[in-house]
Design a protein around this ligand. Sequence first.
Ligand SMILES: [Zn+2]
Length: 226
Amino acid sequence: MSRALRDSEPSEPITSDSTAGDGTRPCLAGPVGGNLTGVPIDLERIAAAVREILLAVGENPEREGLRDTPQRVARMYAELFRGLHEDPRQHLEKCFIEKYDEIVLVKGISFESLCEHHLLPFVGQAHVAYIPNGKIVGLSKLARVVEALAHRPQVQERLTEQLADLLMQELEPKGVAVIMEATHTCMTIRGIRKPTSVCTTSAMRGIFKSNLSTRTELMSLIYGSK
Ligand SMILES: [Zn+2]
């Protein structure tokens, strides 16, 4: 049932002294760490680009209704892509020692993200579960991690895997399961136009992957026993 790629190569580690071709320093913290280069979101640059789009489609960006649109859209993108400047690991730093070792599940975490192919939203919910191995984390922190990773140009498959891998690394649990269900507006309002389609992705790690009864228990917690 999982659409997520399992055999993809991890991206190349980036050393602290490497620089990109244009002299800017690449993300030091790897693919999930966010852009720690200190380059802020350039609102003026986005606004100029939006103005160009309006001109290119034959609109008049000076007419009253559109006059503030480029700036407004720039602020919107800054909000939707704020996760690029956030390291989601910060939310998992504070853990509590607890000997609970059954499933912890936070069901129905709503999220919105932008598909990196069309920059159109995909919106849905995430079910995030783990089985602690001595360490638990505040439940709201799981939602914060979803937010940080979703607010970047994404594909749902990668988002699902990044969440699972990050929780495995940071919480060192017995297992992690992430299931995401979302409607992609690039499929509903354009292209093939299938408004009722929902894409489900899942990433199982540790005991959720190796143990069928644990996985079955999780599914009945999420979807009810059928
Ligand atoms: Zn798309």
